[in-house]
Each structure stands twice: as structure tokens, then as C-alpha cells.
Design a protein around this ligand. Structure first.
Ligand code: BES
Ligand code: MN
Ligand code: ZN
Length: 508
């Protein structure tokens, strides 16, 4: 889908559809009133008759509206004006786009960006509209041989801004949004692929593909033999039960000075998590193809970084394996020596995420990182604690915590902090090794992060547990969300702006 921004009056738009907001109860938005004035009060007469209350997400499609040059006018309910916040705005956009898509309009001029959203400026509204619209239209149909094709699909949306001054700011955020969208879609596509297609090798090939798209990006992939030489025995222990070879994918983006410390992202890439010998129950086990969503979000974020041409250095590192039971599989009670030299008693082979991550987190020390963020579908406990709306955020560095929370608030891709206090550490005690890989039922998300914290002492680090947020369940909704690509990209953009650096996408 194509997006552009412009300023102009609604009655002058020669387009397939003009999209206008209506507040509860039956009150036209400012732009709606303007259209009403030039159109002999046609819109207000329709509302008075009670065809549209203005409840949030309601829609009404009108043809041949007097005074307009557009083929159609789509009225969209925005709820109570005073209550229009970011969540409500996203709902309004989603419903408008879905309706537009099946009206036969191939193009539309959207005036919803003119609505007043509590505490939000035009940059934000443009960015959200584009991200939300693309999400509303996303389908994963690569593996269907027959798909319902829409005869006249929506192709182009023009977002209206009220002044020329707003135009510059909105064009910048439209470009940012499109970069984020390309990253989100890549993440969703990869994550939705089944485990028989999306293997560790497939993830590595995808990473190599991404690197070829950007001059400043390069990719290398460590094989199991190479990882063996680096003593990544925890990662290899998880991988050893599978016939698919595991790997460590490294994507380097050099947008800044060579000597500058990079921002490092580490993504859990378990392409299928059966639990291994500590096998999971079969109900919903198919969803464990999504156990590589952290990895997919790192690839998506690097793609967005490449699109934006950010003037900083970013490294993506992905430990990727398949976790299966077999005669060669790691067993409960086995003890391994990690790359850091610390030993781990593997009491549960289903706590495999932390095992592959700990070696990757040690590996990234060599970059002398500015910060490291790992992203992982790490614990079922996080889904219980926070549901599907917030990522779990655990960190030992306050400024990083705040920066991530802020990026989440701005984008709506929100995280919530959980404590990482020393008191929890002792739950990992083992009589036979330096630590166990599980910490009991209590505070499962926290003890998992405690485990990782023992491998991240040499740099500033944060952990995002995306077990609840990376995908949605249910026949209709089921699919990857592409989160937290938006949050991570915003975090990196904020670092650029904070240092007065302009991305290529803005300066050119
Ligand atoms: N990938 C799972 C976590 C998960 C479960 C994510 C359900 C999303 C939905 C992870 O590898 C795992 O199995 N974790 C165990 C840890 C436990 C054995 C300490 C869990 O959460 O049950
Ligand atoms: Mn597991
Ligand atoms: Zn897992």
C-alpha cells in the first residue's frame, strides 16, 4: 500500500473516497462540518436521521454526497471526543481501513489525521495511521493455493494535514512509519512460517538476504563446528537433539563511525520448541513455531534500520536452534559449561531459550556494546503476568529501562517493567553446578531474566520477554504481531535524535 500526505480541503478531493470522523453522539468533526456546509447540510441530515451514532469503529458509506468531487464519503465513528486517546485512535483507523478495503475504493483521502487525539501531535498521528492501516490489511497467504482476492483492493491512502507547516513533519514521520512497516511485515512473514520451512538455516538465509539490500550491512553465520570452537556448549546442548543444524547469525550495520560502540540486539531463534525431553503437552504445541519471534523481530528491526539509513552502528545476533527430543538430545540433569565458563545444570530441557541466549550474550561482549537488548519468547509465566498487551521488561540499567519504556509509550508497542532484584537469584542455586536452568514456579519470568543477568555483567543490558505479545491466538486473529519492531526502531531513532544525528531518510 502506498501512503502520502498533503493539505487540502475535503470538498476539492477528486478521489474514490473521502474519510471523515463523526463523534458520539452524531456530531461531525471539524472537517466534517466543513463538508456539511458546502454540501447543503446533507451529512448532518443523515446523522439526524440516526444512521450513525458515532460510536467508536462504526462506519457508514455514502455515495453522491452533494458538494463533493469524491465518489464516496466514508463516515467513521470516533466515540466521545473527550475520550479519544491513542488506543481509541488505532481502533478508529483499523475499522476505517477494513471498511475501505471492501468498498471498492482503490484510493482514499483520509481526514482522520485531523482529529484531536489526547496529547498527540501530527507526527504521531501520521505514524500511527500508517502502521495501524498496514496491520489491518496484513494477511499471511503465501502457503494457500486459493485465496479470496478482493476485486478492487485499496492501493493508496492520502493523509490530510491541516497546514503546510505540518506537511514537513508528517512527511518525515510517514517515511519513518514506512520503514517500521517494512520491518514489521518481514517479522510477521518469517514468524508465521511453519517450523518445517523456517529452520535455523532458513533464518540465516533470510538474514543474508537482508544484508544484500543495504550497502552498510553485512551478515555472517557461525556453524555448529565454529560455535564448538567458541565453547558455546549451552547453545549446542539444545541443538543436539535435532537433525537441523543450529547456527549463530550475526548481522552488522555500520551507519556510524567505525569506532563508535554499537547498539546490539539479540533475538531468541528457536524455530520449533517441543520442549525436548521435558516435552510439552500437545495442546497448542503448534504455536511453538513462534518461538523464533525474538529473532524475527531483530531481523525486522535491522531491515527498518537499513531503510531509515540510521547514522549509528547496530548489530543483530541470533542464536538459532530447533528444540526436539531424540536419542542424541540433552537430558534433565546434564551439566554443560557455557561460553562464559560458568556451568549449568539443565534440570528442564524446556527452559532452552536462556541456554541459547546465555552463549549469544557472552559472544556479543566482543563488540564492546553501547547497550544490549535481548528479545525472547522466554516464559509462559510472562503471559500469565502481563497478558498479550505488554512486553515484560527486565533490566539492570535504569536509563535503558526508561528509554525503552518511553519508546513503547510513543509507539503503543508498550513494555512494562518487572523487578530484577538480587533476592530472586538464589532460586537458581544448584547443588552440582554454578546454577540450574530453572528457578521453580514462583516469578518464572524474573528468574529467567536472573539467569540471563549472570551473562551480561560487562555491558548495559535489558531483556524483553515477548511470550505474550509476539503472536495472537484464535482462528481468526491467529498470527504474528510483528512486535516489538516498532518499539525497537523508535528506541534507535530516539538515540539518533538525542545525539543530534539525522537519519538519511530525513536529510535526503
Ligand atoms: N518458549 C517457551 C515459553 C513460552 C511458552 C512462550 C508459552 C509462549 C507461550 C519457553 O521455551 C519455555 O518452554 N519456557 C518454560 C520455562 C520453564 C520450563 C521454566 C515455561 O515457560 O513453561
Ligand atoms: Mn521451552
Ligand atoms: Zn522456548
Amino acid at each position: 500500500m502506498e501512503f502520502s500526505v498533503k493539505s487540502g480541503h475535503p470538498e476539492k478531493q477528486r478521489t474514490a473516497c473521502v474519510v471523515i470522523g463523526v463523534y458520539e453522539s452524531r456530531r461531525l468533526s471539524e472537517i466534517g462540518n466543513r463538508l456539511d456546509e458546502v454540501g447543503d447540510k446533507y451529512l448532518s441530515s443523515i446523522l439526524r436521521r440516526g444512521d450513525l451514532e458515532g460510536k467508536i469503529g462504526q462506519t457508514l458509506l455514502l455515495h453522491n454526497v452533494p458538494g463533493t468531487l469524491a465518489d464516496r464519503v466514508l463516515l467513521v465513528g470516533c466515540g466521545k471526543e473527550r475520550e479519544l486517546g491513542d488506543t481509541q485512535f488505532r481502533k478508529v483507523i483499523t475499522e476505517a481501513i477494513k471498511r475501505l478495503h471492501d468498498t471498492g475504493s482503490m484510493e482514499a483521502v483520509c481526514y482522520l489525521t485531523d482529529l484531536n487525539v489526547k496529547g498527540k501531535d501530527i507526527d504521531w498521528k501520521v505514524r500511527q495511521t500508517i502502521e495501524t492501516a498496514q496491520a489491518a490489511l496484513y494477511r499471511f497467504e503465501r502457503l494457500k493455493t486459493k485465496t479470496d482476492t478482493v476485486r478492487r483492493p485499496l492501493r493508496k491512502i492520502i493523509l490530510s494535514v491541516s497546514s503546510r507547516r505540518e506537511l514537513i513533519a508528517s512527511e518525515k514521520s510517514a517515511r519513518e512509519a514506512q520503514a517500521v512497516v517494512s520491518g514489521v511485515q518481514l517479522t510477521k512473514d518469517l514468524a508465521n512460517l511453519p517450523g518445517n520451512i523456517c529452520t535455523p538455516t532458513h533464518l540465516a538465509d533470510e538474514a543474508k538476504q537482508i544484508a544484500t539490500r543495504y550497502e552498510r550491512m553485512s551478515c555472517k553465520v557461525l556453524t555448529e563446528a565454529q560455535m564448538k570452537k567458541q565453547n558455546m556448549n549451552a547453545l549446542l546442548a539444545v541443538s543436539q537433539g535435532s537433525d537441523q543444524p543450529g547456527c549463530l547469525i550475526v548481522l552488522e550495520y555500520n551507519g556510524g563511525d567505525k569506532k563508535e560502540k554499537p547498539y546490539v540486539l539479540v533475538g531468541k531463534g528457536v524455530t520449533f520448541d517441543s520442549g525436548g525431553i521435558s516435552i510439552k503437552p500437545s495442546d497448542k504445541m503448534d504455536e511453538m513455531k513462534y518461538d523464533m519471534c525474538g529473532a524475527a523481530s531483530v531481523l525486522g528491526t535491522l531491515q527498518a534500520v537499513g531503510e531509515l539509513g540510521l547514522p549509528i552502528n547496530v548489530v543483530g545476533v541470533i542464536p538459532s536452534v530447533e528444540n526436539l527430543p531424540s536419542g542424541k538430545a540433552v537430558k534433565p540433569g546434564d551439566i554443560v559449561t557455557t561460553m562464559s565458563g560458568q556451568t549449568v545444570e539443565i534440570l528442564n530441557t524446556d527452559a532452552e531459550g536462556r541456554l541459547i541466549l546465555c552463549d549469544a550474550l557472552t559472544y556479543v561482549e566482543k563488540y564492546d556494546p553501547a547497550i544490549v537488548i535481548d528479545i525472547a519468547t522466554l516464559t509462559g509465566a510472562c503471559v500469565v503476568a502481563l497478558g498479550k498487551h505488554a512486553h515484560g521488561l527486565l533490566s539492570t540499567h535504569n536509563p535503558l529501562t526508561n528509554d525503552l519504556l518511553n519508546a513503547g509509550k510513543y509507539t503503543g508497542d508498550r513494555a512494562w517493567e518487572l523487578p530484577l532484584w538480587d533476592e530472586y537469584q538464589e532460586q537458581l542455586d544448584s547443588p552440582f553446578a554454578d546454577m540450574a536452568n530453572i528457578g521453580g514456579r514462583d516469578g518464572g519470568t524474573i528468574t529467567a531474566a536472573c539467569f540471563l543477568s549472570r551473562y551480561t555483567k560487562k555491558y548495559h543490558w535489558a531483556h524483553l520477554d515477548i511470550a505474550g505479545t509476539a503472536w495472537l491466538e484464535g482462528k481468526k486473529e491467529k498470527g504474528a504481531t510483528g512486535r516489538p519492531v516498532s518499539l525497537l526502531t523508535q528506541y534507535l531513532l530516539d538515540r539518533c535524535y538525542e545525539r543530534g544525528l539525522m537519519p538519511d531518510s530525513v536529510s535526503s
